[in-house]
Design a protein around this ligand. Sequence first.
Ligand SMILES: C[S@@+](CC[C@H](N)C(=O)[O-])C[C@H]1O[C@@H](n2cnc3c(N)ncnc32)[C@H](O)[C@@H]1O
Length: 295
Amino acid sequence: VNLKNTIKFYLSEATLRFQKAGIESARIDAELLMRDVAGLDGISIITKNDMTLSADQESKWQNFVMRRLNQEPISYILQKKEFYKHTFFVNPSVLIPRPETELIVEKVLDWWKSQQFTSERVHILDLGCGSGCIGLSVISEIPKALLVGVDVSQKALEVARVNAENLGLLNRSSFVEASIDEVDAKGFLKVHDDKFRIVVSNPPYIAPDDPTVDEAVKKFEPSLALFAGPTGFERIEAWLSSAVQVLHRPGICIFEVGIHQSPRVKEVFQSHKIFHKIEVLKDLSGIERFVIGYT
Ligand SMILES: C[S@@+](CC[C@H](N)C(=O)[O-])C[C@H]1O[C@@H](n2cnc3c(N)ncnc32)[C@H](O)[C@@H]1O
């Protein structure tokens, strides 16, 4: 056996190169890429590491390694990302779903279970749905629930539709291509002639001059998904104005916000006067990450 052709060899070589390139999760990344290339699970990668790659596999491997060395996120290379209970298809037209955003799903489901309308066909609105990860995760847990996902990016909506189909949720989902800033909020009601019990949103909330944004994020993720106007609050405020026009009562509205944004966003929630309770929820790193209003 030519040792230079084994999985073991490729893995240790790539790990070293990743480490030299400053990639923190070097070994894990190499293994994740190899699983996909060799079609093996995490254990077989180790137990069958004297296996060799075919010529096709080897060229795919070289391509993956080069892309990772260029700082491309692993999720774009593998075109998938785990979120809540499912694997979502992703490509560079959508934000890579973040683990903290899963809390939106959990919070909504907790609220829904605490309500008495379990037999109702609940309507859910996901503003800036991107890959569809939030809204699709919610309706996958609520029988008969209907999702309306809105996004200005047609390419993002194509990704959301693929995910709806993969999860068997296409018949309970509709996707609307519109700018939430410009569209008359009542336009959402024409899609479903009912109000929404649940409105979720992870809007773009970064100010363009924010120095804390990771270089790889800026380089690879869609700027449309990341950046709001000059202050960072523009999308949140405009979208909340739309949300309050279509919220049912009782209902819940959750927005994800950026670091330090929660006090001002809470005030904007208060200014709408339709919420009887407003909460701020921290993410697992202790950052005030979500503002929640209950009608
Ligand atoms: C932060 S991403 C969130 C994606 C997904 N909901 C998630 O949590 O992973 C924001 C999304 O808003 C969309 N977007 C940006 N500006 C918009 C606008 N004016 N109207 C509608 N959608 C917009 C982007 O295309 C992007 O998909």
